[in-house]
Design a protein around this ligand. Structure first.
Ligand code: SAH
Length: 393
């Protein structure tokens, strides 16, 4: 198979020879002028050595590499990569009687840059983050339903594709239909709204951190801030929390949380309450010592490197508000899912918040993304979720 070609400037092959999967536009010496957004291209070093094949894209990342040899990018390629991804998840034991929600494909972490696939029972929800993956969506969907248990493929890329590409993707089933919107995570039931919800409808990346929270919940008064679908709330209730308050600025998220609580607990279990309110406002108005377990899992404050400074101020302010009012002997679960903020920067922001409130704070756990969100060792940018569990006196 021959593809259009891209030739790099001298010396710009180094990071690619170390399998970093991105070609930046500034690294390109020459390219076929017929290359369109999303086309398959073959990348060559300045001296003509073949580097591999990838998807082209307009923007600062000009090519996302799919292979580091001349393997063709066809049905067999996608089947192979998806089989590899599936086999890895099998070794993690994520598909089992009490769990059928997990991430099957995590972009670069599964050597499929630009593609995300989450599994909810019989349904795969697929997101393309690159035009190349958008054009490959039908082949990918066909390969997905060859995996055991996958019968439906929902495509959801309206908000993830670069809008300048003018691809006008439509969110819809490519294969199959709505069978059930219910998924199981560690024995808890969740409605997953992939039709209208954020991301693929659920944040599967917090599964293990929710489990850890469950173990700290016994007898505690829990505040789940930025609750979205109420994942942490439901685990806290099962863990024996005395009460759980869930807060989200989106009224729809609060409804999703209420629905998920109702799905798992009897109506006469009166421990849960939810509030459609801004987090900062809620924290300002809440009474001191009202909670002894708080979860802060905000949306990414920094979507890009340029927003880093403001994001760090945001994390400091948010954590300071919680640390100011949390009861003595409490636990704080605090997270950042901003890829642009690294572990040390996040920890420094939380340190500043602690210092500002003069509380005695110790780190009990340092949390990250689970194994179904693997980090390609050659692509450290794939590490995005950071969390700290603090003991506050
Ligand atoms: N903890 C959730 C995921 C949180 S996603 C889980 O485990 O699934 C972030 C959530 O923050 C979204 O639901 C969004 O509606 C909410 N949000 C964004 N800005 C907010 C604000 N200022 N105050 C309260 N909630 C906010």
């Amino acid at each position: 198979m021959t593809y259009k070609t891209v030739t790099l400037k001298r010396g710009k092959e180094d990071s690619l020879q170390r399998f970093h999967p991105w070609v930046f536009s500034g690294a390109i010496a020459a390219a076929d002028d017929t290359i369109d957004e999303g086309d398959l291209v073959t990348v060559y070093a300045h001296d003509g050595t073949l580097i591999g094949n990838g998807h082209s894209q307009i923007g600062s990342i000009a090519v996302r590499m799919l292979t580091f040899d001349d393997t063709a990018i066809d049905e067999a390629f996608y089947e192979q990569r998806l089989n590899d991804a599936y086999r890895m998840r099998q070794s993690l034991g994520l598909q089992r009687e009490n769990n059928n929600a997990y991430r099957l494909v995590h972009g670069e972490g599964d050597f499929l840059p630009g593609l995300v696939v989450d599994i909810y029972g019989p349904t795969a929800v697929m997101q393309a983050h690159s035009p190349g993956m958008h054009f490959a969506r039908n082949i990918i969907a066909q390969a997905l339903v060859k995996l055991p248990g996958v019968r439906n493929v929902y495509y959801k890329s309206e908000t993830t594709l670069p809008y300048k590409a003018h691809l006008d993707p439509v969110n819809d089933y490519i294969i199959g239909h709505m069978e059930t919107d219910e998924a199981l995570e560690n024995g808890l039931r969740f409605h997953v709204d992939w039709l209208k919800g954020q991301k693929t409808g659920f944040f599967v990346d917090q599964r293990e951190n929710r489990s850890l929270l469950e173990h700290y919940s016994q007898g505690r008064r829990v505040l789940n801030m930025f609750c979205y679908t109420g994942g942490f709330s439901v685990y806290a209730l099962r863990g024996g929390a005395q009460l759980v308050h869930s807060v989200d600025s989106s009224a729809k998220a609060v409804r999703l949380t209420d629905d998920n609580v109702a799905l798992n607990f009897a109506p006469e279990d009166g421990r849960h309450k939810s509030f459609a309110e801004d987090a900062f406002k809620f924290l300002d108005n809440m009474e001191k010592d009202a909670y002894d377990l708080i979860i802060l899992d905000p949306p990414a404050f920094a979507k890009h490197k340029s927003a880093l400074r403001n994001a760090l101020v945001g994390y400091r302010r948010l954590n300071a508000k919680a640390l100011e009012k949390i009861a003595p002997g409490s636990i704080l679960f605090t997270f950042s899912c901003s890829q642009a903020v690294n572990k040390d920067q996040f920890r420094l922001a939380v340190f500043s918040a602690a210092a500002q409130t003069r509380r005695k704070v110790r780190i009990l756990h340092q949390l990250t993304q689970p194994a179904d969100h693997p980090i390609n060792i050659y692509h450290p940018e794939g590490e995005y979720l950071k969390g700290l569990v603090l003991y506050v006196e």
